[in-house]
Design a protein around this ligand. Structure first.
Ligand SMILES: [Zn+2]
Ligand SMILES: [Zn+2]
Length: 252
C-alpha cells in the first residue's frame, strides 16, 4: 500500500497551494480517500480519477475534513452521464450538514451512498477499515487501514483530529505507520482545545512502537523544526512532516 498526501494543511493553511485534510491509500488499481477538506478536491482530481475511489471515509464533521465533498458531488453529478455514485462512510450527520451548506434538501441523493460510521471493521474494496472513537467532536473517529485478510499489516493509522492519545492506543499495532495530526506543533495545546502536540505524538509513538511517524495538520505559526524536535524528544524512530503531493510506501 502507498499513502498519497493530497491535503496536509490545518483548518486555515497559509501556504499557497496547500489544501486541508485529504489522504489517499493506494493498492494495485484501488484507492481510498480519508477526509476531503477545503481545497483538496483539485489536488485529488489532478492526481487520480475520483470516480474510481472505493470510498471516501470521513473522520469527523469539521469543515476542514469534509467540505470538499460538495465539489466531489458536483463532479460526479455533472461530469458523467449518467452520474457516478460513490460510497461515503461518515458520521451520521453528514447528509444534513451537506444539505445545510448547499441549501439543497437532498444534496447527496443519487450520488453519495452514505453509510453511518461506527466502531469496528468494514471492508472497502481490497481494504479493511477499522474505526475507533476519539475525543474531539461528539462523533469523531480514528482509522486503521490494512489489506483485507492481513490484519497484522502493513497498516496505516490515521488519527483524524484527536484530543486524547489514550484513545488511539487500542487501534495501533507495533510496526504500524502512524499518520498523526500535530495541530499545535511544539505545544502546549491550550485548554479546552482537543488536538495533539509534538510531545503527545512522540509519547504515543514510543508507547505503541510504530514503524514511523508522519506529522500533518500543523497550524499556522507553529514551527516545523520545533515540532519535529518535540516528537523526537519522546520517540527515537523515523519522523517526518508531510506536505501535499508526498507519496510514502506503507511497509509492515
Ligand atoms: Zn476537527
Ligand atoms: Zn481539523
Amino acid at each position: 500500500m502507498d499513502l498519497l498526501v493530497v491535503g496536509s494543511g490545518a483548518a486555515y493553511p497559509d501556504r499557497p497551494g496547500t489544501a486541508s485534510s485529504c489522504y489517499v491509500v493506494l493498492h494495485g488499481g484501488a484507492s481510498l480517500c480519508l477526509d476531503l477538506g477545503q481545497g483538496a478536491f483539485a489536488g485529488l482530481a489532478g492526481r487520480l480519477q475520483p470516480a474510481d475511489l472505493a470510498a471516501v471515509i470521513v473522520s469527523h464533521l469539521h469543515a476542514d475534513h469534509f467540505v470538499d465533498l460538495v465539489a466531489l458531488r458536483h463532479y460526479l453529478r455533472y461530469e458523467f452521464d449518467p452520474p457516478r455514485r460513490l460510497r461515503v462512510i461518515a458520521p451520521a450527520e453528514l447528509g444534513r450538514r451537506l444539505d445545510g451548506v448547499t441549501g439543497d434538501a437532498d444534496f447527496a441523493g443519487g450520488i453519495f451512498e452514505i453509510e453511518a460510521r461506527c466502531e469496528g471493521h468494514v471492508q472497502v474494496g481490497p481494504f479493511d477499515i477499522e474505526s475507533r472513537r476519539v475525543t474531539h467532536t461528539a462523533d469523531s473517529f480514528a482509522t486503521r487501514v490494512t489489506l483485507a485478510g492481513a490484519p497484522d499489516g502493513p497498516a496505516l493509522v490515521y488519527t483524524g483530529d484527536c484530543g486524547r492519545t489514550q484513545d488511539l492506543i487500542p487501534l495501533i499495532h507495533p510496526g504500524d505507520l502512524l499518520l498523526s495530526e500535530v495541530a499545535f506543533g511544539p505545544g502546549p495545546v491550550p485548554v479546552p482545545d482537543l488536538h495533539l502536540d509534538g510531545a503527545a505524538v512522540g509519547h504515543l509513538a514510543a508507547k505503541s512502537r510504530v514503524s514511523q511517524v508522519l506529522l500533518t495538520h500543523l497550524q499556522m505559526k507553529r514551527h516545523p523544526g520545533a515540532t519535529l524536535a518535540a516528537v523526537r524528544g519522546e520517540y527515537q524512530g523515523q519522523v517526518a512532516l508531510v506536505g501535499d503531493g508526498d507519496r510514502v510506501t506503507i511497509t509492515g
